[in-house]
Design a protein around this ligand. Sequence first.
Ligand code: ADP
Ligand code: MG
Length: 351
Amino acid sequence: HAPNIRPIIRPLDEAAINRIAAGEVVERPASAVKELVENALDAGAKRIGVEYSAGGKVLIRVTDDGCGMTPDDLPLAVARHATSKIDGSDLLNIRSFGFRGEALASLGSVGRLTLTSRAEGHDGASLSIAGGRMGDVRPAAAGRGTVIELRDLFYATPARLKFLRSDRAEAQAIAEVIKRLAMAEPQVGFTLTEVSDDAPRVIFRADPQSGDFFDALHGRLAHVLGRDFIDNALKIDVDRGGLRLTGYAALPTYSRGSSVQQFVCVNGRPVLDRALLGALRVAYYDFLSRDRHPAAVLNLICDPERVDVNVHPAKSEVRFREPEAARSLIITGLRTALAHAGHRASTTVAD
Ligand code: ADP
Ligand code: MG
């Protein structure tokens, strides 16, 4: 740092820009899986297969039966800030998981990414991009839908690679992501498979659930969280002032020793929102001893204009225009349901 040398300001090149963005969007293999599966859901997939090896460090492959992409779409899909989901004029009305147009460009800059896709009425094609360098669009045999293969994640950013945890820990984080999304999308089928030198091993499988939303959710939660959860859960469906809260909340008798079974979505998007999880705790305060934690799977539905999902690149945080309304609906909605259930239980005992 010689004081009398004036630093030169220059624009970063595209590859560097993408790697910097990747640092925010893709923290670990599980975040890559989240982005790819959300893309499949946005594409209207009914069945999504996820394969990985070495905790996702060596391979992540996501296969979907969604709308697919045309050969001309492929270079755009991996271009930064290109998206089919919004036109940029209305950041307040976002209904899809994606909208930033960053995930594929980021993944293609820090790993080796191959897209193979076919849209209805078009030929199949594939395109590879590795370390930010894009290959050519090539014809490829493909069923309708998309296969995205990500190999050697972070090979282009060795510093990040060093921060990854053991294969086992990364695999577990991938399974968590899949289970969260499976609970948010009960009508979609999910399969998670670990690929190793030995035979592939199915880690998690959830068949698409039919029926109305609550039927489907009921079936899916029985599968993901277990019969014990759902047999002890109250159906929640309350609305107030344009906000609606749906889901299942476990009776206090089915409490947990930690917060592992607390899942909150906002407009179908799994979020890790302290205020909302805090509201869940407050709702159960009078019903649980201090060392016990509630179990619930909730979805808060509101006009997309009332919630900002563009707070963080990974989109796991949201900001409400009226945060108190969201909190208070969770607190009063759950309290009422729990009090009602308690009343029912005590009158049954009295009978
Ligand atoms: P975003 O999801 O924010 O739009 P991405 O980088 O994740 O950004 O994806 C870029 C674009 O590539 C999407 O807008 C979509 O048009 C297309 N795309 C990505 N994955 C799929 C998929 N599985 N099926 C169909 N189209 C896809
Ligand atoms: Mg996306």
